[in-house]
Ligand binder design. Structure first.
Ligand code: SOE
Length: 381
């Protein structure tokens, strides 16, 4: 008999679907003592919520997250709603003694993230942030390569996260599907949405960032507002964000992110160059990790393209047979499996709220640098 984890999920959009799928799949592929129960889904639009709940198998629905948090038959609150709702829900959930999972970015800014981290830690409740790309098998393999000491002294960390879906000036802003373009709801633009992913992975692979200097740009200054015909709103999110910096380990950082790179759909890359070896990853080719090893015989030097689908690769033995690939949705299932396993062993899976706070503080420093034109030291937690 498995221990039940009764989940209440807030939000039924892109991430509500990704999380729901993970809850449904995780016990089919991972050996765990815990079984998530899809107890209640919560959102404001009752008709859409009902359809979502029926599709994914949520037992009940709630249209007010406060009611969800109060329910005694729920152990964990999973926050998959827009960014400006994360803080209030997380604080209430922690105060009610619930386990708290939250979609990225953790918060609208570092101050909120600090408060949320203090709340979950003060309440002593397990907590987790769904930075799913850590659980791409090839990125986990990069982490293994780093931890095995194969890279040697790190010199450069380079990351790009490029998309192209906001180029049209006619694209609306706000509403249930385009809130990512509205600063009041999203907090920030590509920095919070995409750079956050790159920074989370970078801190995991290469340690803390000490200082940064960055720039941002808004290419489309005004947009029509979704659901409000005739109304236009000034755009205040960053459309593009670039920064360089120094890691605490002495290596140099270069990050670029935009939603204006025509042809780039979800081009999330990283490269780490060390004294002995380099790794390179591109999410548009997600099953491969590129590895260059200076220790190879001279006449064999070259980049290896590792097809990360073997039983010996992270997460892969849980899925199919070698050579068969997995996809985007599996990163959420892998993450959930780690989270549940962490609760079972008492060693919490990462990233926790504290890890995500560190990412948020880097983003704050980048945005401050973009505003002031100066180098900024990344604040301490
Ligand atoms: C933005 O387009 C987005 O959907 C992000 O919000 C997700 O976090 C990213 O993984 C895919 O792109």
């Amino acid at each position: 008999m498995k221990r039940q984890l009764r989940v209440g999920l807030v939000g039924y959009g892109f991430m509500g679907r990704a999380h729901s799928n993970a809850y449904r799949q995780v016990n089919r592929f991972f050996d765990l003592e815990t079984e998530p129960v899809l107890k209640a889904a919560c959102a404001r639009d009752e008709a859409k919520l009902r359809a979502f709940a029926d599709r994914f198998g949520w037992e009940t629905i709630e249209t007010d997250w406060r009611r969800l948090v109060e329910r005694q038959d729920i152990d964990a609150i999973d926050i998959g709603s827009p960014n400006n709702t994360h803080r209030e829900i997380a604080l209430a959930a922690a105060a009610a003694g619930k386990i708290v999972l939250c979609e990225k970015p953790l918060a609208m800014n570092g101050d909120e993230a600090r408060e949320m981290t203090a709340a979950v830690e003060g309440a002593g409740v397990p907590n987790f942030v769904w930075f799913n790309y850590r659980r791409v098998s090839a990125i986990s393999l990069a982490k293994q390569v780093v931890d095995e000491g194969r890279i040697g002294r790190p010199f450069h960390y380079r990351a790009q996260y490029l998309q192209d879906w906001t180029i049209s000036p006619e694209l609306e802003l706000g509403g249930p599907t385009l809130w990512r373009l509205d600063a009041e709801v999203a907090g920030a633009g590509v920095s919070g949405d995409l750079v956050a992913h790159s920074v989370d992975t970078a801190l995991w692979l290469n340690g803390p960032l000490a200082s940064v200097t960055g720039m941002t740009e808004i290419f489309v200054k005004e947009r029509p507002v979704q659901g409000e015909p005739g109304r236009r709103k000034v755009v205040t999110i960053d459309d593009a964000c670039q920064f360089m910096g120094r890691f605490a380990n002495g290596s140099l950082a270069l990050f670029e992110s935009t939603r204006y790179a025509r042809g780039r759909k979800n081009y999330n890359t990283l490269e780490l160059n060390g004294e002995w070896a380099s790794v390179y990853f591109d999410l548009e080719d997600p099953h491969r990790l590129q590895f260059y090893d200076h220790g190879d015989a001279d006449h064999l030097h070259g980049w290896r393209s590792i097809h990360v689908t073997g039983f010996e690769h992270p997460y892969m033995k849980q899925w199919w047979v070698p050579g068969c690939t997995i996809g985007y949705e599996h990163t959420f299932t892998n993450a959930l499996a780690d989270f549940l396993k962490g609760m079972e062993t008492g060693e919490l899976a990462h990233p926790t709220f504290r890890d995500a706070l560190r990412t948020q503080l880097v983003l704050d420093a980048v945005l401050e640098s973009a505003r002031t034109g100066r180098w900024v030291d990344v604040a301490q937690e």
